[in-house]
Design a protein around this ligand. Structure first.
Ligand code: SF4
Length: 369
């Protein structure tokens, strides 16, 4: 990347984009085409009146011109989910009209699954990716778990299978296997314990063993390896969103906004994380902004995160370096409405697999209790 004033200006312009801008900008991301069959619902006076308070909530990140394309779906979904005794779980990487306007619970994946398990709702709609829906099913086997798009996957979850875990167990006999929650139920079931990006270090330190195998995210594993004396064996998985950030891009952000606090997700390469001011999970980054109220912040993570945190922090200016997760962006309001109407997209987990996967999750929860 060049350091010329023009290049810096371009960096600034791109980084100030909202998620909506990024969705329209093919240079910034690859987004699945919108289903041609979607029929727009009418923006009636009743819809406008009933959704106005929700619009006020997201007015900082959604324009008046955009609202009529969202509001009818929001209105229908909020009505229907009550009739169907359903709750909607929205991950931090959902777009703001989903995250702030239709969700019952919003946050990171494990937190969402835990909250949903405590409700009386019979149906869980997972506004997130497939492994998250599986985690919800593992913690709520008696509930119906639906995902609005079955193709909403994850590069990390897709990088490893249960058979791979068994081969790794043979390669590293006796070495505990710590598995990131961004994996399939089968992989969790084949592991010794799970971890999240916020408790990974505590989970690693909970073992007596001097060696740990951390799967599948090589970058999370390398970031943890820098904080422990244990030998960490890694696996070649990665998040396609976070691995695209480079040290050079962080230096450019620092140069363009010297007053900004730069926060990174630990799925980023260690060479990126070490140039940032703070590294933490999506919840940790959100809490950092809420607690410390920096005047300007750069979040090195998925685009929608900044939009969603900005809604609750009007005094903070967000620079938006924009790496979009194409899997998360498969989830849209029309698909959520279809899913609710037709009770389609059910996610099931073999009960025996679910029981073993739940053990791995519970062992993690016991470490951090
Ligand atoms: S952001 Fe990365 S880890 Fe999260 S769903 Fe997308 S590819 Fe997977």
């Amino acid at each position: 990347m060049s350091d010329s004033p023009t290049a810096l200006q371009k960096i600034k312009e791109r980084a100030m984009l909202t998620t909506k801008d990024a969705l329209k900008n093919k240079d910034n991301c690859t987004i699945p085409a919108k289903a041609e069959t979607e029929t727009a619902l009418a923006y009636t006076e009743e819809v406008a009146r009933e959704t106005e308070a929700l619009y006020e909530r997201v007015a900082k990140v959604i324009t008046r011109a955009e609202w009529p394309s969202f509001a009818p779906y929001i209105y229908e979904i909020n009505k229907l989910k009550k009739e169907k005794n359903a709750v909607i779980l929205a991950h931090n990487y959902m777009t703001p009209e989903i995250f702030h306007c239709i969700s019952d619970f919003a946050g990171d994946s494990l937190q969402l699954a835990q909250q949903a398990a405590k409700t009386d709702a019979q149906v869980i709609i997972q506004a997130g990716v497939h492994f998250m829906a599986e985690t919800s099913k593992i913690l709520s086997p008696e509930k119906t778990v639906l995902i609005p798009d079955m193709e909403a996957g994850c590069s990390l979850a897709a990088s490893i299978t249960a058979a791979d875990v068994e081969l790794l167990r043979e390669k590293y006999p006796g070495v505990p296997i710590v598995t990131y929650v961004n994996t399939s139920a089968e992989v969790k079931a084949a592991s010794d314990i799970c971890c999240t990006s916020s408790n990974a270090l505590a989970v690693v330190e909970s073992f007596d063993s001097d060696e740990i195998l951390m799967i599948p995210d090589q970058y999370l594993a390398r970031n943890i390896a820098k904080q422990t004396k244990k030998k960490i064996h890694t696996y070649a998985g990665s998040c396609e969103v976070h691995e695209r950030f480079t040290p050079d891009s962080i230096r450019q952000f620092r140069k363009a906004w010297p007053d900004a606090v730069i926060l990174a997700h630990p799925e980023c390469p260690p060479e990126v994380v070490e140039l940032c001011d703070f590294a933490g999970s999506t919840k940790a980054m959100s809490d950092y902004v809420t607690d410390k109220q920096p005047s300007r912040v750069v979040m090195i993570t998925e685009c929608s995160m900044s939009d969603n945190v900005a809604v609750n922090n009007p005094g903070v200016e967000f620079v938006r370096p924009c790496n979009m997760c194409p899997h998360m962006k498969r989830i849209t309001l029309p698909k959520i409405l279809d899913c609710l109407k037709n009770m389609s997209g059910e996610v099931t987990v073999d009960p025996a697999v679910a029981a073993r996967a739940k053990l791995s999750v519970e062992r993690m929860l016991a470490v951090t209790a």
